[in-house]
Design a protein around this ligand. Structure first.
Ligand code: 13P
Length: 251
C-alpha cells in the first residue's frame, strides 16, 4: 500500500511574512489531511524558517533544487549535505523549469538524484513532455528517455527511496490539467517500465501528478490507480486550496 503524498512547490514566490501566515493556516488544517503525507518546498532562503515551523508537525519540508556537487567552488549552489543539515526530507530534481530555463540535461538530473540520495534526501524526480512532443505522439518516448537516464545512472534499486512526478509541461501554470485518464496512462507506463526491472520497487513507488492541480480536480486525478498524489504549484500558495487538495487524497 503506497502512502499518498502531496507536495507543494512554492517556486520563487513568497516573503517571510506571507510564508508565516501560509504555514499558520496550513498547520491549522493539518488534521484534515486524511492520512496523506504532506510536504512543502519553499525557496532555499526560507528553508530554515519553514523547517522550524514544521518541527513538531507531520508536514515535511523539501528543497526545489540541489547541486550535483558535494562541495567546492560552485558560486550560488547549495549541496545535498547542506539541505540534509537543515532537515530537508525531499528535493525536487529535473523540474521542467530547471530543464528549460537552466539547461539541465537528464544527465545532470541523474547526478542530482544521486547526490540527494547520498545525503539521505528523497529525490522527487520530475518528468514530462512539452505540448509539441505530445502532439507528435512522443509522450511515452520523452518521459521514458528522461527516466532511463536516471535508471542507468542510479539503478532500479535506487527508486525504492525516491518519488516520481509526472508533470506535463503544457499543464504547468496554464490552468490546463491533464485529464485523469491522460495522466493515468502515463503513470501506468512509468510504473510498468520500472516493473520490468523490479516489480517490488515499481509497486511501492509513489508517482505524483503535477500540472494545474486545484481543489476542484484533485479528487478525480487522485482516484486513478497509479496516481499516488500530487506536486502542486500555484494552488500550494493558498492554504485553503492546498489543504483541500491534501484532504482529497483517499487512502
Ligand atoms: P502548477 O500547479 O502551478 O501548474 O505547477 C505545477 C508544478 O510545476 C509543480 O512542480
Amino acid at each position: 500500500m503506497r502512502q499518498p503524498l502531496v507536495v507543494g512547490n512554492w517556486k520563487m514566490h513568497g516573503n517571510a511574512g506571507g510564508i508565516r501566515s501560509l504555514m499558520a493556516e496550513l498547520i491549522e488544517a493539518e488534521g484534515a489531511f486524511s492520512g496523506a503525507e504532506v510536504g512543502v518546498c519553499p525557496p532555499f532562503v526560507f528553508l530554515p524558517m519553514v523547517t522550524e515551523l514544521c518541527a513538531d508537525l507531520s508536514i515535511r519540508v523539501g528543497a526545489q533544487n540541489v547541486s550535483q556537487h558535494d562541495n567546492g567552488a560552485f558560486t550560488g549552489e547549495v549541496s545535498a549535505a547542506m539541505l540534509a543539515e537543515l532537515g530537508a526530507a525531499y528535493v525536487l530534481v529535473g523540474h521542467s523549469e530547471r530543464r528549460e530555463f537552466f539547461a539541465e540535461s537528464s544527465e545532470t538530473v541523474a547526478e542530482k538524484f544521486l547526490a540527494a540520495q547520498a545525503h539521505g534526501l528523497t529525490p522527487v524526480l520530475c518528468l514530462g513532455e512539452t505540448l509539441q512532443q505530445r502532439e507528435r505522439g512522443e509522450t511515452e518516448k520523452t518521459v521514458l528517455a528522461q527516466l532511463d537516464t536516471v535508471l542507468a545512472a542510479a539503478g532500479v534499486e535506487a527508486f525504492a527511496n525516491s518519488v516520481l512526478a509526472y508533470e506535463p509541461v503544457w499543464a504547468i501554470g496554464t490552468g490546463k490539467t491533464a485529464s485523469p485518464e491522460q495522466a493515468q496512462q502515463v503513470h501506468q507506463i512509468l510504473r510498468e517500465h520500472i516493473a520490468v526491472k523490479d516489480p517490488a520497487v515499481a509497486d511501492a513507488l509513489r508517482i505524483l501528478y503535477g500540472g494545474s492541480i486545484k481543489a476542484t480536480n484533485a479528487r478525480a486525478l487522485f482516484s486513478q490507480p497509479d496516481i499516488d498524489g500530487g506536486l502542486v504549484g500555484g494552488a500550494s500558495l493558498e492554504a485553503g486550496q492546498f489543504a483541500a487538495i491534501c484532504a482529497s487524497m483517499e487512502n
